[in-house]
Every structure is written in structure tokens, then in C-alpha cells.
Ligand binder design. Structure first.
Ligand code: SF4
Length: 419
């Protein structure tokens, strides 16, 4: 039996692609192993969206040198966003790697495989479905369009067929993925949009929840907001990265919207979708970000009170517009201080938001067990833990919340629908 090991870091898109790649390898007779030393094939699905991610990938690759030396028959392949167009150059840096594959390319032994049609054999009750690849936006700090290319939407019928098949295999919740899901369909005949796709998916029997990531504030339409409000399976959980609370910084990032527009969008979402949970992304220490500009970001976050915030310190990505044209002039210690400030602020905000759920009953989809506790998520994306001796994976279940923290909730089973 030939063993494979896939190591994945980065976004959900990478995770979804690795899951599919694993399924395909199993179809070919490979067997998954958790022990890297026992693998005959190791695939690294990489991320370089930030310097810290790139460092992890490079450390992992260097650590595999000795293994490759002692197991010359081991096949080592790297895919994901580390792989740029200059493959000869990366080969020189990592001569022990057998294959470098651009995101979306296949190793020669999988030639012509259509990974998008290779679904996980035993998917998780909540699973990911890519709907659009690449990005046309070229935000000045972002490496993604250079590595994943221009936007390519998958045909609606193909996605609908795939989701139906996943539901047959036990899936209850689907998260649609794309770097910018709001531009879904513009490159397809008849130009369907995300709302059209959600309308179709909402009719699938057996599917109970739908989510989608990531939205772009310049592209999110009023029609989509209406659809989230009226489609019963679409969860009240929206990810809408703002990145900065200052218009000059947003302009330098080429984000294509203003804070005024963003505020208006949030207000429209909140008025149409009661109890919506919102998350956002922030970059601190973008070139020349002043203390005042940073404070405007802090003020915006205090005002809008998101359920979750993903905050990152700016790091220049070679080849991007910001790396070429803007000096990375905020000292690392200052970036770290700004990052900590936002994390502390968000901890206070999330503590307040989650504490309102104390004593309430929430419905979760049970995803699996971690140590001795079951875990699942509410429609609003809150992580919930509970203890129970029954098999609960894949069930929609009601939990009475007994404890809250900024990051998760804990509770007891109240009533099971046995769905
Ligand atoms: S929208 Fe901007 S940040 Fe997002 S993937 Fe595209 S270029 Fe990168």
C-alpha cells in the first residue's frame, strides 16, 4: 500500500483543495497516514499570504531534507501559493523537492484529473465547496492574484450537482468559497450571480445550512443582502473585510471603497438581517500608517462591534504593488503593539456579545469531538462545546448555554431534532 501525507496551511480554499486531493489519491489506491516518516508521497499545500506563513512553509521544507535523504524513493511535491511562475528559481532553493505545482495544477500522475469533481468520500457534516478561483482585484498588499490568477467561476450546474452529491454523503452545511464570492458568475454565460446560486442551492433537500466566504465591500450587492434575509438555509453570518478605518490607507491599499460606504453597508445588513453575526479582517502597520490613522481603525471597530476580527501585521509580499512602491516603514514593535491593541479591544467586545447568550438556547450542527467534548457551530458561527455520551456527529441539536468566553460557548443538550 502506498501512503500519502498532506500538510496544509492557509485559507479554507487550501483546506478544501487538500481534502479533494486526498480523496483522489485514495481513489488511486493511496492510503492516508498521520506519520510523515511512513509516507511514500508528501504534499505540502502552502500559503505565503504573510511572511509568518511563508516562514513556516520554508521551515517545513528544510525539515524534510533529511527525510528525503534517508528515503530516496519518497516523492515530495509542493503546491499552493508558494509556487510562483519562476519554478526554476524555487527548484534551486529546494532541490530535494520533486514537483512544484502552481495552485490548481496537477502532478503528472494525476494528469487530467478534475479535482473539482473529486469529492471527499467521508466529508465532515459542514464542508467547503470552492465556487470561484483567483481574484481580479489586485489590492496592493496581496499576493493572491499573482499566484492564483484571474477569476474563474465554476458553472452553477456543476456546483449544484456537487452539493447534492455531498448531501447524499451526509453533509448538512456547505460553505461556498472564493477569494471574492461577490464576483461569482461574471465570467459565465448568462452571468449568474451569487444570489442566483444561493437561490438554487437553497432548494436542495437535506441541506440545512449555507454560508459563503469572502465578501468584498465594493461588490456586495443589496440583492445579496435581501437573499441572506429571506433564504431560510443561508446563515446570518457574514465575513466582510474592511482592512482599515482610514480612507487614505484604503486608497493606498486600492480597496475600492470608502469607510462611509462600508458603514452604510453594515447598517443595511443589520437593518435587513436581525441578529446577524459579522466578522472582518484588519491589517495594521500598512506603510506610513500614522498613529491617528490606526486610531481611526480602533474607533471604527469600537463603533461597529464585530463578532470576530482577524487581525494581521502588514508584511511586504515580493512582487506586489505595495512591496514595489511603498516603504515598509512601521517598526515591527509598533506593528505588534497595534495588533495587540486590536486583539484586546476585540476580546472585550466579543466577551460582551457572547455573554448575552448566557442562559439562552442555541441550535448547533455537531461537527465532531475534540478530546472528550463534542463541538459544533451555531448559524451565526459561534463555536459551542458540550459533553454527551450519545453519538452526535452530524446532528442539529439544541444546547442551553451555561458558560461563555470571547472565543466559544459551553452548554448542555436541551433537545435533539435527530436530524
Ligand atoms: S480582494 Fe484583494 S485581498 Fe482579497 S484576494 Fe483579491 S487582491 Fe487579495
Amino acid at each position: 500500500m502506498t501512503n500519502y501525507y498532506i500538510w496544509t496551511i492557509g485559507c479554507q480554499m487550501n483546506k478544501a483543495e487538500s481534502e479533494r486531493l486526498g480523496s483522489y489519491l485514495e481513489k488511486l489506491g493511496y492510503q492516508a497516514t498521520d506519520i510523515v516518516e511512513e509516507a511514500d508521497l508528501i504534499m505540502l499545500n502552502s500559503c505565503v499570504v504573510r511572511q509568518s506563513a511563508e516562514n513556516r512553509v520554508i521551515n517545513k521544507l528544510n525539515a524534510l531534507k533529511a527525510l528525503k535523504r534517508s528515503h530516496p524513493n519518497l516523492t515530495l511535491a509542493v503546491t499552493g501559493c508558494l509556487v510562483n511562475s519562476d519554478i526554476d528559481q524555487i527548484k534551486q532553493n529546494f532541490p530535494h523537492v520533486d514537483y512544484f505545482l502552481k495552485p490548481g495544477d496537477y502532478p503528472p500522475w494525476l494528469e487530467k484529473a478534475d479535482l473539482s469533481s473529486v469529492l471527499p468520500q467521508h466529508p465532515s457534516p459542514g464542508t467547503f465547496v470552492p465556487i470561484i478561483q483567483g481574484c481580479d482585484n489586485f489590492c496592493t498588499y496581496c499576493i493572491v492574484p499573482y499566484r492564483r490568477g484571474r477569476e474563474r467561476s465554476r458553472p452553477t450546474e456543476e456546483i449544484v450537482g456537487e452539493v447534492k452529491e455531498l448531501v447524499q454523503r451526509g453533509v448538512k452545511e456547505v460553505t461556498l468559497l472564493g477569494q471574492n464570492v461577490d464576483s461569482y458568475g461574471h465570467d459565465l454565460p448568462n452571468k449568474p450571480d451569487l444570489t442566483d446560486l444561493l437561490n438554487e442551492l437553497n432548494t436542495i433537500a437535506g441541506l440545512t445550512r449555507l454560508r459563503f466566504l469572502t465578501n468584498h465591500p465594493k461588490d456586495m450587492s443589496p440583492r445579496l443582502i435581501e437573499a441572506i434575509a429571506y433564504l431560510d438555509k443561508v446563515c446570518e453570518h457574514i465575513s466582510l473585510p474592511v482592512q482599515s478605518g482610514n480612507n487614505d490607507i484604503l486608497r493606498a491599499m486600492r480597496r475600492g471603497y470608502t469607510i462611509e460606504h462600508y458603514r452604510q453597508l453594515i447598517s443595511e445588513i443589520r437593518s435587513k438581517i436581525p441578529n446577524v453575526a459579522l466578522s472582518t479582517d484588519i491589517i495594521v502597520g500598512f506603510p506610513s500608517e500614522t498613529e491617528t490613522q490606526f486610531q481611526q481603525t480602533v474607533n471604527l471597530l469600537s463603533e461597529l462591534r464585530f463578532d470576530t476580527i482577524h487581525v494581521a501585521a502588514y508584511s511586504p509580499r515580493p512582487g506586489t504593488i505595495a512591496a514595489k512602491e511603498l516603504e515598509d516603514n512601521i517598526p515591527p514593535i509598533e506593528k505588534k503593539g497595534r495588533l495587540n491593541k486590536i486583539e484586546q479591544l476585540q476580546k472585550r467586545i466579543a466577551t460582551g456579545i457572547n455573554s448575552r447568550l448566557l442562559g439562552r438556547t442555541v441550535e448547533i450542527l455537531v461537527e465532531g469531538k475534540q478530546k472528550d467534548k463534542w463541538q459544533g457551530r451555531t448559524r451565526s458561527g459561534k463555536l459551542v462545546f458540550f459533553s454527551d455520551n450519545n453519538a452526535r456527529r452530524g446532528q442539529l441539536i439544541k444546547i442551553r448555554v451555561e458558560k461563555t468566553s470571547p472565543w466559544s460557548l459551553q452548554g448542555k443538550v436541551e433537545l435533539s431534532n435527530n436530524n
